[in-house]
Design a protein around this ligand. Structure first.
Ligand code: TYM
Length: 337
């Protein structure tokens, strides 16, 4: 049995980048594989507090799990839903792995450079965040970690840490997660998913973008979301083609169209390549997004808080049993037990 695992922070509502880059692929993979593999879906609440919260963390957390259910997640016995902070072995193991990871490798992490900006006032959590993430993965011997492309560097770091620990103790303490190229393939992509900012498509779509037209939030009114697609920045080539470097705007729309409809990207590209009417493509993508969001909101409204609490409590029982065993193995190796 393999383990497929992913976590999402809950510092605000989700963007369509989070949804199409991680939540929806994870949901589809879970439904495909959870009959005979473990699927761990968790709320990265400890990762969330690297930024000050405005009082909505608990609401956002319930909403995140509801979104998985509204996206069609089939809850089977092998699907484990939990809150990261409700698995205390996570914090304990992070400390131990802090004594393995180096300042140099953490300092090279792009997310740290972007979020911490090299300032002394940057909290230590921002710097240490990839070690916490490595712990999330290694505690559960995860093989596949469906995440957006921006997290791939952290998966490579997780592999390095795991190899180092196994080597130090000459023992298979940790399962080494698959390389990022394999992770991308597992998600059905060439090199991972990176949904772009609709106004500045060289950048990724991000919660922190200033312009409301840059990002679609999963709670946006479907018609308003469609309008944002209609006003997305494209290019002046005059001919549709998929080329993320030269034509990031139009490529982003092709990617969104494929992901929303669960169609292979190649097929969508073949349908539009060479055509000159950008407006037609925008109309089609806007329609797809509007339809998807409308159905999604209808489902979301029907899921209760109680349902979510029950799922998390069941998941946390499983997660703690499993995590405590792995932690004990590591503690023994470090002569702490
Ligand atoms: P977070 O909360 O920043 O983002 C959640 C997921 O959304 C993906 N994502 C995107 N994908 C495509 N295009 C975008 N524009 C885009 N923006 C965000 C992210 O890649 C991510 O998959 N450290 C993680 C959470 C985490 C985790 C883990 C993930 C903690 N522990 C263990 C996997 C395994 C994070 O902060 O993601």
């Amino acid at each position: 049995m393999k383990t497929i695992l992913t976590g999402i922070r809950v510092n605000s509502e989700l963007t369509m980048g989070n949804f199409l880059g991680a939540l929806l692929p994870m949901t589809r993979l879970a439904n495909k594989y959870s009959k005979d593999n473990h699927v761990n879906i968790f709320v990265a609440d400890l990762h969330t507090i690297i930024a000050e919260q405005d009082g909505a963390l608990q609401d956002n957390l319930l909403m995140l799990i509801k979104m998985y259910l509204a996206a069609g997640l089939e809850v089977r016995p092998n699907v484990h839903i939990y809150r990261q902070s409700y698995v205390p072995a996570t914090s304990e193991m992070t400390w131990i792995l802090n004594c393995v990871a180096t300042m140099g490798e953490l300092g090279r992490m792009i997310q740290y450079k972007e979020k911490g900006k090299g300032e002394d006032s940057c909290n230590v959590g921002i710097f240490d965040y990839p070690v916490l993430m490595a712990t999330d993965i290694l505690l559960f011997d995860a093989n596949y970690i469906p995440v957006g492309q921006d997290q791939f560097q952290h998966i490579e770091l997780t592999r390095d840490i795991a190899v180092r620990v196994n080597h130090r103790f000459d023992k298979e303490i940790f399962t080494i997660p698959e390389k990022t190229a394999e992770q991308a393939k597992f998600m059905g992509t060439d090199d991972g998913i990176r949904i772009r900012d609709l106004v500045n498509p060289e950048k990724k779509m991000s919660k922190s973008a200033k312009s409301v037209n840059s990002k679609i939030m999963m709670t946006d009114d479907p018609k308003a979301a469609a309008k944002k697609i209609m006003s997305a920045t494209t290019d002046s080539f005059g001919e549709i083609d998929y080329d993320l470097k030269e034509r990031p705007g139009i490529s982003n729309l092709l990617q969104i169209e494929a992901l929303v409809n669960d169609r292979p990207l190649d097929e969508v590209v073949a349908e539009w390549k060479g055509k000159s009417n950008y407006g037609d493509l925008k109309k089609q993508v806007a329609g797809s997004v509007e339809k998807m969001l409308t159905a999604f909101h209808e489902k979301l409204a029907k899921i209760t808080d109680e349902e979510v609490y029950e799922l998390m409590q069941t998941g946390e029982k499983y997660a703690n049993e499993k995590a405590n065993k792995k932690l004990f193995e590591l503690q023994k190796a470090f002569q702490l037990r």
